[in-house]
Design a protein around this ligand. Structure first.
Ligand code: PAF
Length: 284
């Protein structure tokens, strides 16, 4: 597998593939790859002739007191994983390749309203950082299709909106969350869990599932279902930032007429902040 760091090198490879009429899929990541990333690459390979993966821990999406410096960086392991997945090209830029004039003065991408709710309310500026770097990466790679995990559900909707509103001719594909056998969503941040915290972590998926079952059984008392989910997480030892039931397409508050819903939570335990979600369909 070839690896490039400069956007100009990447563009040269992509241009050669394009001249050969090949279709290109792109999977942006922050590295520390796990089986969940493997499912994204697998989907990308189904959708295109060539798969490009980027590894870039984006400083612009981390708040001042967040884990940018501590974020797990495992370049050698990641390279081996990508080789085993038959990825065609690794794009691993430096911060200066992505923010040549510095991250403070870079042009920024905002997706109003949706960037400020749920995780955005607890991580100010986070989704501006995500939307900005993903826009840059998509403009550098110019793939036909880009693949993202549904675990970061709000991120996926924000990227879809940015691509649509900024007229990027790129299909944005979401892939079902990969889970450990006990239900815990795969995440690089699971590394922060102690054995004791890891033992209680499946409570997140269990509470989301409990909420889904209640909704699909016909309850529309969303406030009570959400309050119960948050309480269940507290009893398991988490400090939930939120536990919410929202419209799956817009992330607006769910109402009596909402049919496609998503139950989302973010909860802290020790130094880990974990997020997860499940979809729920109501029969009206
Ligand atoms: O989900 C991630 O790993 C990151 O937020 C992304 C999309 C690669 C942007 O830095």
């Amino acid at each position: 597998m070839e690896s490039v760091a400069r956007p100009s090198e990447l563009r040269a490879r992509v241009a050669a593939w394009r001249r050969g009429g090949e279709r290109i899929a792109f999977v942006p990541t922050m590295g520390n790859l796990h089986a969940g990333h493997g499912t994204l690459v697998g989907r990308a390979a189904e959708l295109a002739d060539r798969v490009i993966v980027s590894i870039f821990v984006n400083p612009l999406q981390f708040g001042p007191n967040e884990d940018f410096a501590a974020y797990p960086r495992t370049p050698e392991d990641d390279r081996r994983v990508l080789e085993s997945l038959n990825v065609d090209l690794l794009f691993a830029p430096e911060v200066a390749d992505i923010y040549p004039r510095g991250q403070e003065s870079t042009a920024r991408v905002h997706v109003p309203v949706i960037e400020d709710i749920l995780c955005g309310a607890f991580r100010p500026g986070h989704f501006m950082g995500v939307a900005t770097v993903v826009t840059k990466l998509l403009n550098i790679v110019q793939p036909d299709v880009a693949v993202f995990g549904e675990k970061d559900y709000q991120q996926l909707l924000i990227i879809r909106r940015a691509a649509l509103d900024l007229c990027m001719p790129i299909e944005i594909v979401g892939v079902t969350t990969a889970r450990e056998p006990d239900g815990l969503a795969m995440s690089s941040r699971n590394r922060y869990l102690s054995p004791e915290q890891r033992a209680v972590a499946p409570a997140i998926y269990a509470e989301l599932e409990r909420a889904r079952v209640a909704i699909e059984a016909g309850s529309s008392d969303f406030a009570s279902i959400a309050a119960r989910g948050a309480e269940g997480l507290r009893q398991a030892g988490f400090r939930p930032d939120y536990f919410e039931i929202r419209d799956a397409a817009t992330l607006e508050e769910a109402g009596e007429q909402s049919r496609e819903l998503v139950v989302l939570t973010a909860a802290r335990i020790g130094r880990a902040r974990l997020i997860d979600n499940v979809r729920a369909r109501r029969k009206l």
